[in-house]
Design a protein around this ligand. Structure first.
Ligand SMILES: Nc1ncnc2c1ncn2[C@@H]1O[C@H](COP(=O)(O)OP(=O)(O)OP(=O)(O)O)[C@@H](O)[C@H]1O
Length: 262
């Protein structure tokens, strides 16, 4: 099957000289659930942000469907962002606005500037947003302000907003890092269900190795900006985990929190 996303020789050097990504290459097929793991500062967020062009790559190629994401024009970047839903650690909701309206913001990329600025969403978009909120168990919350919700509920709104875009790809940057273990599993279940039932490809940055093992169909391990593992969860041996997280000189592993749940 053709790849949805192909990355070749991707590099990112920030203005201060930090080389966050070095010669990263992999491709992702439709329907895959990819977990990206690695220690703090490995380059996970930079990778996701290069894919939807929140960060401009320094070199290499990113091909998303027909779009050359690395060299995309402004119009192509807008098209790319329409087709890629982004989910953030801190939810990035508009706090004083209703849950329903936050979800409808996922439709802005499809509207002209005039309708978008006035929030003139179509009846069809509103009905679809309500359906998505119902699916995520948030029917009772849809008219509440976002800041009245718990963290887990806010992250479900973040997922609902991404779904309302009707994306081909969901990029989730540490979506459970601020949540307790039970709520984290509920969020991972929702993402997994979306991937399986809707065929939406997911790339999820995670700190917890156990979560990656339990939910991903494929794991990519990054260490200091380089891919050091790319394979199914079953191949994530202790040796591989040490290669990804590295070992401190005194023998203690780095990323102890990540390994604790491994
Ligand atoms: N805007 C920036 N300017 C300069 N350096 C940056 C910038 N953003 C990230 N970096 C650096 O790039 C490297 C990779 O950072 P990145 O946030 O991608 O890692 P990460 O694996 O997502 O880390 P974490 O798990 O802690 O979020 C780090 O050394 C970081 O300090």
């Amino acid at each position: 099957m053709a790849s949805l996303l192909e990355i070749h020789g991707l590099s990112k050097v920030y203005a201060d000289g930090t080389a966050a990504l070095k010669d990263v290459s992999f491709s992702v097929r439709r329907g895959e659930f990819v977990a990206v793991i690695g220690p703090s500062g490995a380059g996970k967020s930079t990778l996701l942000r290069c894919i939807n062009r929140l960060v401009k790559p320094s070199g290499g190629e990113i091909r998303f469907q027909e779009i050359d994401a690395a060299g995309a024009s402004g119009r192509q970047v807008r098209q790319l962002r329409r087709q890629t839903g982004m989910i953030f650690q801190h939810y990035n909701l508009i706090q004083r606005v209703s849950v329903l309206r936050n979800v409808l913001h996922g439709r802005l990329g499809y509207m002209n500037a005039f309708s978008g600025s006035l929030g003139l969403f179509s009846r069809k978009d509103v009905e679809e947003a309500k359906r998505i909120l119902h699916r995520l168990g948030l029917s009772q919350q849809m008219y509440k302000r976002a800041d009245e919700l718990s963290g887990g509920q806010q992250q479900r709104v973040g997922i609902a907003r991404a779904l309302s875009q009707k994306p081909e790809l969901i990029l989730a940057d540490e979506p459970i890092a601020s949540l307790d273990p039970v709520t984290s599993r509920a969020i991972m279940e929702h993402l997994s269900d979306i991937c399986r039932a809707d065929g939406i490809t997911c790339i999820v940055n995670l700190h917890q190795v156990a979560m990656a093992r339990d939910y991903a169909t494929r794991i990519i391990g990054i260490h200091k900006g380089e891919v050091v593992f790319d394979g199914p969860p079953g191949e994530l041996s202790e040796d591989v985990i040490h290669r990804i997280y590295g070992a401190a000189p005194d023998g203690r592993e780095q990323g102890g929190e990540a390994l604790a749940g491994a």
